[in-house]
Design a protein around this ligand. Sequence first.
Ligand SMILES: N[C@@H](CCC(=O)N[C@@H](CS)C(=O)NCC(=O)O)C(=O)O
Length: 295
Amino acid sequence: MFWEYGKWIIPEGAALCSSYSCIKRKEKTMLELYHGYTSVCAQKARLTLAEKGLEWASHVMDLNGDQLDPAYLKLNPNGVVPTLVHNGHVIVESTVIMHYLDDIFTEPPLMPRDPLDRTRAHLFKKLMDEYVHPACIVFTFATANRAPLANLSKEQHDAQLAKAPLQRQSEYKRAAVEEGLGSPMGKEATKSFAKLLKWIQESTERGPWLAGPEYSVADIAATPYMVRLEMLKLSRMWDDKPGVAGWWKRIKARPSYQTALTKWLRSEDIARYEKLNDPWTEVSKNLAAEARVGQ
Ligand SMILES: N[C@@H](CCC(=O)N[C@@H](CS)C(=O)NCC(=O)O)C(=O)O
C-alpha cells in the first residue's frame, strides 16, 4: 500500500545506523516514516528512531493538503503525521509509535524500570497529548501560521478546516487564527505550556532527566514542544527556571537532537518563524493574569 503512495526521499544522514546491532537488525527490518519537517509529533518519532540508532526511509509530507490524500488516509485515517510503517504494519499516533519502537528495538531502553519513574513518564506523555499538543496548535496558528492563512478568504479557510478528520484540532486552529493569543483559548494554551515548564523544573530538582535517572520517552515527548516555544521566540518563558535551562542544554547536547531535529529544519521554515511578530507581550500578559489567579 505504501509503495503505491510513496515518494522516496532519503535525506543525507537521515538516521544513520550507529551500532553493529543496528546493522544486523537493518537486514531484517524495514522502517518507513511519513512525517513533516517541523511537525512536533513527527519530531517525537524521529527522536525515538535516532535514540535507537535505527535506519529508516523518509516520506516527507508538505501538510498542505497531502495529508488528506485518500491513499494517505488509508494509512492514517486521522489525516495527520506521523505514520510509521514497519515491515508492512502501520502504526499511528506519535506516543504509540514511541512505545512500539521501544518494544521492538529494546536497546537502549526508553522506559524507566522503576514503577514510580514509569508513572512519571506516563504522566508526561498524557500532559503532552491532552494539553500541550492542543496548546501548541493554538500558539502556532495564532502566530506563525496566521499570516499564510490570511491570504485565504474565510470561506476558503473554513472549507479547508472542514475537510480535516480531526475536527477538534480544526476548532483550535480556527479559534487561534480568528481570536489570537489573548483569547480564552490563548490563555488556556499559555497555562498548559506553563504547567509543562513547571513539571520540567520540578523533575530536574530530582535528577537530570524527566522520569528517573535515565533519558526516557518523557524527555522525547517534551522536546518538540520546547523547540516550538524557542522557534516562537518564547524561551523567555523559562528565564526564571534554571532547572529547565539546564535540562534543555542536556537535550540539545544529545546527538539525536542534531539527527532528528536540526537536520530537518529548512531555511524557509527558520525564516518563517524569524519573521514573526514577538508574541511575548501577549503571552506574558496571560502568564501575569494566571499568576494573579494563583495568589
Ligand atoms: N495525536 C496525534 C496528533 C498528530 C498531529 O496533530 N500531527 C500534526 C503535526 S504535529 C499534523 O499532521 N497536522 C496536519 C493537520 O492538522 O492537518 C499524534 O500524536 O500523532
